[in-house]
Design a binder for this molecule. Structure first.
Ligand code: CO
Length: 134
């Protein structure tokens, strides 16, 4: 069911420093920062030939990545995002397989203005999974 790897998201304590690593050390193309208050993050996109890396920095008091960075202060891989053709069909399949869909189970609009859902890491090999309708 899942298709392309849309992105790997890395939580970082300092977005400017993370940008410098990917742009200046690794030589990648990195976007301007984009604040997403409804998701509690500021993000930059690293464009690679075959996928993207998103660097996420906490935004606001209740950022969903704050606890992650407390446990991993230098940053780390936060989630993997896989593309699906039909987000509601994908959700129903996950539920019928006994997997947990986070939140109220309704898709939200993600960083690329596409509907997304998150799946419980304990049901997916210890990794938070984002599904994005392609
Ligand atoms: Co993501």
């Amino acid at each position: 069911m899942i298709g392309r790897l849309n992105h790997v998201a890395i939580a970082v304590p300092d977005l400017a420093a993370g940008t410098a690593v990917y742009r200046d050390v690794l030589g990648a193309k990195v976007s301007e920062p984009q604040s997403l208050p409804e998701h509690g993050v500021t993000v930059v996109f690293v464009e690679l030939p075959n996928t993207k890396v998103e660097l996420l920095e906490p935004l606001g008091e209740a950022s969903p990545i704050a606890a992650f960075l407390e446990k991993s202060p230098s940053g780390g891989i936060h989630h993997m995002c896989y593309e699906v053709d039909d987000i509601l069909a994908a959700r129903d399949r996950m539920l019928s397989e006994g997997a947990r869909v986070l939140g109220d189970g309704e898709p939200k609009t993600g960083a690329h203005n596409k509907p997304v859902l998150f799946l419980h890491p304990k049901d997916f090999c210890g990794t938070l999974v984002e599904l994005e309708q392609a």
